[in-house]
Design a protein around this ligand. Sequence first.
Ligand SMILES: C[S@@+](CC[C@H](N)C(=O)[O-])C[C@H]1O[C@@H](n2cnc3c(N)ncnc32)[C@H](O)[C@@H]1O
Length: 219
Amino acid sequence: MIAIPEPTDLCRLAEKHDTDKGTSYTQTYHRWLGHLREQRLRMLEIGLYNGGSLRMWRDYLPQAVLHGIDIEPRTLSYQDEVPNSQVRLVDQGDPAALEAFVAELGGHYDFVLDDGGHTMLQQIVSFEVLWPQIMPGGVYAIEDFGTSYFVEYGGQDLRHPDTAADYVKDLVDAVQRDQALMPPQGVRSAVSPIALAKMRRDVASVHVHPGLALIVKKF
Ligand SMILES: C[S@@+](CC[C@H](N)C(=O)[O-])C[C@H]1O[C@@H](n2cnc3c(N)ncnc32)[C@H](O)[C@@H]1O
């Protein structure tokens, strides 16, 4: 029998810092990051809102380099409050802006967390630009993954192509079969078919939870 996990430090910190991250998210992150807490990880969160999650990560990962992006000018001030953090105004749906951000701050992330605008375009474009920046063994997380089924976010009914959920289902094929050289199915791609094929070769595993997808890179 698999025991229900105890509330973790991260769950308590999420509450303390008034983030919108529920226990199901924080317990999952703790499973992936709990043994790395004292390491100098490089982490990026897309979407900062009131800065609570940046403060939460600061407490949970005291050695980590924390980067954050948002489109709200007020979020720039969080980098003055949170030690060893950098915040930039970047639209996650704009590939050129994301590339410029990576060029400025160096990329090479152990953990990227997309908690931004949650539209299909934003989730897919951000993944395609930032996945190459994930370090071997690193994790890319997409929160509010259920927006794939909400029309107001560009989502669709079940089994409809061109959603972030469908995109991630394609990555399951990349893990299970040598499908890496197949042309992309979606039309929202921010990168060339060749770049996309290369990215798919790097996927070690795909984990889907209610409202959350995690894509893990091969070592
Ligand atoms: C759900 S809130 C983030 C919550 C925060 N991560 C937490 O856990 O408490 C979403 C944030 O994404 C930002 N956002 C919306 N569209 C965006 C975009 N295109 N690029 C970057 N950030 C965006 C919003 O301004 C907002 O601050």
